[in-house]
Design a protein around this ligand. Sequence first.
Ligand code: OGA
Ligand code: ZN
Ligand code: ZN
Length: 370
Amino acid sequence: MSATRNLHPPAFWLRDNCPCADCRDPRTGQKLFQITDLPEDLAVGAVRDCVPAADGGLGREVRWEPDGHRSVYPEAWLAAHAPGAGGAPRPGDGRTEADKELWAAPDLDGRLPEAGWEAYTGDRRVRIRALESVVRLGFVLLRGVPPRDRTVLDVARSFGFVRETNYGELFEVRVEADPNNLAFTGARISPHTDNPYRDPVPTLQLLHCLSNEARGGDSGLVDGFRAAALLRAEHPEAFAVLTRVPVEFAFADARTELRAHRPLIDVDPLGRIREIRFNNRSIGTLHQPAAVVEEFYAAYRTFAQLLLRPGLRLDFRLAPGDCLVFDNTRLLHARTAFSESGDRHLQGTYADLDGLLSTLAVLHREGARA
Ligand code: OGA
Ligand code: ZN
Ligand code: ZN
């Protein structure tokens, strides 16, 4: 007798998961009924063990009252999915701190997540490892990506889809005569996430180095989840304020006007850190009662200080052919100032985590079949 034999999953849950061909289209696996199609007084009737045709393993057959529908559930499926009686499993969606490996710079000493472009494109296992680094640590550094115009788009398309924006399919990070963004000057850029003025925000960013001859212009990454977890431990009230107060972020130039209202720290329904938005260049004017403004600025300053804490930030220098792929909802990126006379040119683009996670899942699926 299986461990789940005596559990009685809630009736609507069980019926909603009926795998029969009347309930799910066999070609697409998609559900064929509406939740309102089920009888109001739905109840489990007779239950018996059986051998389901589908996977050949043990199954459980349920006869439903009052409509006489018949469902067969593989025991293995019930064991893996049936809701428990207590409050035990609290799974997340893979995006929160619960499913990440949080880091500070020394944690990555000598083990930067990196992969060579040739190995990445040629070897499925290298591709899996690289993409898993983005999921787990928030980034991967691809080396030896040909430092050619628009190649950053090939990198994005190797795992997902380019997110085109008002900056175009890609954006040039180099000194411009008439910049619409401080990124396009030689100025130092402190740790930030990109485009917090979009909702939805681009969840992935790529930066591909074509040349870096300038004095300065070194790169930095900070794990925003780690920083937010530290804030929660050291200043719980500041953490709470930053999860609660919606902040306006804005960007405008001659052709564009973008605005989003989100908290600096977004948490899931269980309070787990899920998204960071932090950008001193594009944070707008807070419109809140004075008391809220006071507590927001105190918390904002505390978090900003913490993000600059020595030891959190991983410093490195991009060389031509390096392409950084990172989670823009988690990591903050930065660069030191550089001499505007020197040659420094990055190409960047945005993409999204859903595409990367899908690619990774399919790669794993292919591995299981191999
Ligand atoms: C950016 C940016 C970093 C750099 O363009 O968003 O942060 O290294 N650039 O120039
Ligand atoms: Zn059914
Ligand atoms: Zn940036």
